[in-house]
Unconditional design. Structure first.
Length: 193
């Protein structure tokens, strides 16, 4: 693996992180925290969860612990504690923690060779490389960015990788209603055959 390969993965990870962060911008405290699925998925909780992932995978795995310690992943933490935000936890603190975990992760990525060894004790093959962790965290972040995209669309119709939404064709509400109706009609037709 080359440093160019590492940089390409790092660039994709950076863009995906940025997409996740903007999903929490401009929303009320209620909307950024409220559960929008049966399992409680919420925007700020996704960011909290990703903070733990960045801190653990680019910290502990390479013997570079992130400080301060994030208790949300401790063995004695309540189940799901990393997936939602209590009333006493501020949005600002959650976002600052994510940005700090990202900065720590970025330093790990910059300072280590792509083949640098690490260890993830609960993985079936626990001996890993920075490359494997970059791919894993990119996949995990992209997965949650997709969740965040759907959650944000449910809240106010905003979609895409950036707040300016330049990566999607602009359409008015009527166009989207017609488009959705077309898809709904196809689904009904397929179901009745």
């Amino acid at each position: 693996m080359s440093e160019e390969h590492k940089q390409r993965l790092h660039d994709y990870l950076t863009k995906t992180r940025e997409a996740v962060i903007w999903k929490a911008e401009g929303l009320s405290e209620y909307d950024v925290r409220r559960p929008l699925t049966r399992t409680g998925t919420n925007l700020l909780g996704l960011i909290k969860h990703l903070s733990v992932g960045e801190a653990w995978y680019f910290g502990q795995v390479f013997d570079r612990p992130f400080e301060p310690h994030l208790p949300w992943w401790d063995d004695d933490a309540p189940e799901g504690a990393d997936m939602w935000v209590t009333a006493s936890e501020s949005r600002q603190n959650i976002l600052e923690t994510y940005r700090a975990a990202i900065a720590h992760a970025d330093e790990t990525i910059r300072s280590l060779h792509i083949d640098a060894p690490g260890h993830v004790p609960w993985w079936p093959r626990p001996n890993v490389t920075l490359h494997a962790i970059l791919v894993h965290v990119l996949a995990e972040t992209a997965r949650h960015a997709g969740h965040a995209d759907i959650l944000r669309e449910q809240l106010d119709g905003s979609t895409g990788m950036r707040a300016d939404n330049l990566n999607q064709e602009p359409h008015d509400n009527q166009w989207w209603a017609d488009y959705r109706s077309q898809i709904e009609s196809a689904a009904h037709s397929a179901a009745s055959t």
